[in-house]
Design a protein around this ligand. Structure first.
Ligand code: GRF
Length: 214
């Protein structure tokens, strides 16, 4: 499976994907990393790994749709089959969503549908919830609203700040994002309306790379 990652920032989830590929717990090729920020550390991580790192300047296009068309050109150029948003801070338009229907994933630092959008960890703390976590979902046109593939939950501690909570959630993000991608690579995901069905691994050799799944 050829993955294309879209990232705007530090790229720790991108790194988790690279590490999982290296450890062979994710059976995929990182085909290209694309960013809307020239200085995104994610691009540097891609270069160090030897993956093409492409900066596409949003200022050169008239609107979001035109920008997504140039992204689509790059994704096709690198034969990308699955797009992984990893800290990508732009709204994805129907141009990409239709071209890659049910083939774009995103990771979000809350238990969706609670706290979509920006600063999800702060939203959770401000609301006073006792449990939060992260969600991997397919991308649809609503923000953080697509069918849910995988979630991890963790307790919110009395002493948590936005930073400590974000750091603990991030550990879970790095665990479940490569897992969700591997489920896709194993063709075990089916989208039925709002739901994502996960087929059991019935291989007689028990070959799933998700053996230690929890
Ligand atoms: C992560 O918390 C992710 O859930 C959110 O943006 C952050 C990106 O972090 N969508 P990184 O760039 O992967 O380190």
């Amino acid at each position: 499976m050829r993955i294309g990652v879209l990232a705007s920032g530090r790229g720790s989830n991108l790194q988790a994907i690279i590490d999982a590929i290296e450890k062979r717990t994710l059976d995929a090729i990182l085909a290209v990393v694309i960013s809307n920020k020239a200085e995104a550390p994610a691009l540097e991580r891609a270069r160090s790994y030897g993956t093409p790192a492409v900066f596409l300047d949003p200022k050169t296009t008239a609107d979001r749709e035109a920008y997504d068309r140039i992204i689509l050109e790059q994704l096709r150029r690198y034969d990308v089959e699955l797009v992984a948003l990893a800290g990508y801070m732009k709204i994805v338009t129907s141009v990409l969503i239709e071209a890659y229907a049910n083939r774009i994933m995103n990771i979000h630092p809350s238990l969706l549908p609670a706290f979509p959008g920006l600063a999800a960890q702060k939203q959770a703390l401000d609301w006073g919830v006792k449990v939060s976590g992260c969600t991997v979902h397919f991308v649809t046109e609503g923000v953080d609203a697509g069918p849910i593939i995988r979630q991890a939950a963790l307790p919110i501690l009395e002493e948590d700040t936005e930073e400590t909570l974000a750091a603990r959630i991030l550990v879970e993000e790095h665990r479940i994002y490569p897992q969700a991608l591997q489920l896709f690579a194993e063709k075990r995901l089916t989208v039925e309306g709002r739901k994502v069905r996960i087929r059991e691994n019935k291989s007689p050799h028990g070959a799933s790379l998700l053996a230690s799944d929890s």
